[in-house]
Design a protein around this ligand. Structure first.
Ligand SMILES: [Zn+2]
Length: 565
């Protein structure tokens, strides 16, 4: 179908250039029919244009632009739909969760509303849809103002629930029922398209266990193939899989093409039923268009559209009504850079919530004093901000679970700002949200002294001298440790003291980590094997409570790097 492909290319080129008219859609009849699928993923509540720019590959050139923004996203979708008789808009999860303050503070209600206004029809859930638990996720779908978290629902206006349909085919309870339907059949122009929605099986390890309690996340390909058979039995002409799991490509952001595809989506796609002609993926925050034909040469495409609403994938399925099959499938990622305009109604919604978030972000949560003595800056491997967060987390865990908790550790890379904003002696809610934006939960693990040493050894990679693999672990004030990076692997931690006393390798200690570390994040693989003895709420709440009583900014020096110069 070279003629058809070039017509698509012309349409997209025209839209990108902002032309007023687009070629007419293919006539409906005995000839091939075009169905448009517009796709996005990993929006993560980015109502506003994110502050950092995105570099992407376009015709072999690297282009750097400010991408995203809900109002620009809606306008881009509108422009791409122009002239399309058969069009549907889909998403592959993580639309909410890990969001900027203006969305997160309102439980991502404004993002869900904005995506509805933008015309989103069907979405899979992703791991971050579960950040606030399954009851809250049901409210996001169904609407209402029932409170399931510490935040107040419907803070500005009633919430009617998502205008789009969430699918969750591999999220099943003990009775085998899925949280949301696994699939839906939609008439898109003359074609009956079945949609399946799945999240990665690893979702359970990416979310605090309490948030997914009662549900398990089953094998993606098995679930997809079972649902594809059901959809075909119900008369689906073709099937689209929306899956919050993805691939890696290099470079990472591509308008077309699929350079060096790898990652967990690859073996999943290889196992899929040939009825699945399109796989809209996500989770890796990369952008790619990959041709991954099914057995027998049936055309199949794998796509992903980056993150934060920065791209929309414009996919065209060519349906042969005589042979009753997908004859071809092509796509391009369209950057959401404002050249296709801004939707006024979405912009108004965004403005309303950004304005309402302003004073909340400005609320002073507590006072901070500088460290009482001159800090030992000469050997500051951790940061005062990380130390402050670790102290807050130990206090929160002790408040929740008792004084038997020994120590808290925070990954320094997870504390996203320093304490510059505390120079005026106070911290605002917006400032501490920027420090701890992930909504991680606190988990108390039980480790022997030996196991604690093993976890600390896992910080270091490479040889002569070793370097931190991705982050250092900053402890609460109750613990200090030292290391010598010139020593052999597994023998770099030279001392660990709890309340000044060397730890006992055989004794058991109760240690606070965030759920990211407890699940093996940042390379702390051994922590996955340690038993959880309790949970102590959300990291941001711990920090707020700690500051509310007035805190002193801790000095450096809990970590001692003794590597010879
Ligand atoms: Zn994800």
């Amino acid at each position: 179908m070279p003629a058809c492909r070039s017509a698509i290319a012309a349409t997209i080129a025209c839209l990108l250039a902002g032309c007023a008219t687009v070629p007419a859609p293919a006539p409906v009849g005995r000839g091939p029919v075009e169905v448009q699928v517009l796709a996005l993923n990993d929006f993560h509540g980015n109502l506003e244009v994110p502050p950092s720019t995105t570099a992407f590959s376009q015709d072999g050139q690297v282009v750097r632009q400010a991408l995203g923004g809900a109002a620009r996203l809606a306008a881009t979708l509108d422009a791409l739909r122009q002239g399309q008789a058969a069009t549907v808009t889909v998403a592959a999860g993580d639309l909410i969760g890990a969001s900027p303050f203006a969305s997160a503070n309102f439980l991502d209600e404004p993002s869900v509303m904005a995506l509805g206004l933008a015309g989103l029809d069907v979405a899979s859930v992703g791991n971050h849809e579960f950040d606030r638990g399954t009851a809250e996720l049901r409210r996001i779908q169904d609407g209402g103002c029932e409170q399931h978290t510490l935040r107040t629902p419907c803070a500005l206006e009633p919430f009617d629930g998502a205008a789009f349909t969430y699918l969750a085919g591999n999220v099943v309870d003990t009775g085998g029922q899925s949280l949301f339907p696994g699939a839906t059949l939609r008439q898109v122009g003359p074609v009956k398209v079945g949609f399946i929605g799945l999240t990665l099986t690893g979702t359970a390890t990416l979310v605090s266990p309490a948030m997914t309690r009662g549900y398990r996340f089953t094998d993606e390909a098995d679930a997809a193939n079972r649902l594809a058979r059901d959809l075909k039995a119900q008369g689906a002409d073709t099937v689209v899989l929306l899956i919050h799991e993805g691939g890696r490509v290099d470079p990472t952001q591509n308008l077309t093409g699929c350079p060096s595809l790898s990652g967990p989506i690859v073996p999943i796609v290889e196992r899929l039923d040939p009825a699945i002609s399109l796989v809209v993926s996500g989770h890796t925050h990369m952008s790619y268009i990959c041709r991954v034909d099914a057995a027998g040469g049936t055309p199949r495409l794998l796509s992903s559209a980056g993150r934060y609403g920065g791209f929309v994938t414009d996919i065209r399925l060519t349906w042969d009504p005589v042979a009753r099959r997908v004859a071809d499938i092509t796509a391009v990622n369209v950057p959401v850079n404002g050249t296709l305009g801004t939707r006024a109604d979405v912009a108004q919604l965004v403005d309303r919530y950004v304005a309402a978030a302003g004073p909340l972000a400005a609320r002073v949560v507590g006072t901070v004093s500088p460290a009482p003595t001159a800090s030992s800056e000469e050997n500051c491997a951790e940061t005062p901000a990380a130390n402050l967060v670790a102290d807050a987390q130990l206090a929160a865990a002790r408040a929740a679970l008792g004084d038997g908790i020994d120590v808290a550790f925070i990954n320094t890379s997870g504390v996203r700002t320093n304490l510059d904003s505390a120079a005026d002696g106070q911290l605002t809610y917006g400032e501490i949200f920027a420090m701890q934006p992930f909504g991680n939960t606190l988990q108390v693990l039980e480790l022997t002294g030996l196991e604690l040493r093993q976890a600390l050894e896992e910080q270091f990679c490479n040889e002569g001298p070793a370097t931190p693999c991705s982050t250092l672990l900053a402890p609460s004030s109750t613990l200090t440790y030292s290391y010598d990076r010139s020593r052999p692997q597994g023998d770099r931690i030279t001392a660990i003291r709890l309340d000044g006393v060397p730890i006992n390798p055989e004794e058991r200690y109760q240690v606070v980590f965030n759920n990211f570390l407890a699940n093996g994040g940042d390379g702390f693989a051994s922590l996955v094997q340690r038993p959880t003895v309790g949970e102590a709420g959300v990291d941001l709440d711990a920090l707020e409570a700690w500051l509310a009583r007035g805190a002193t900014i801790p000095a450096c020096g809990r970590l001692r790097d003794q590597t010879p110069a």
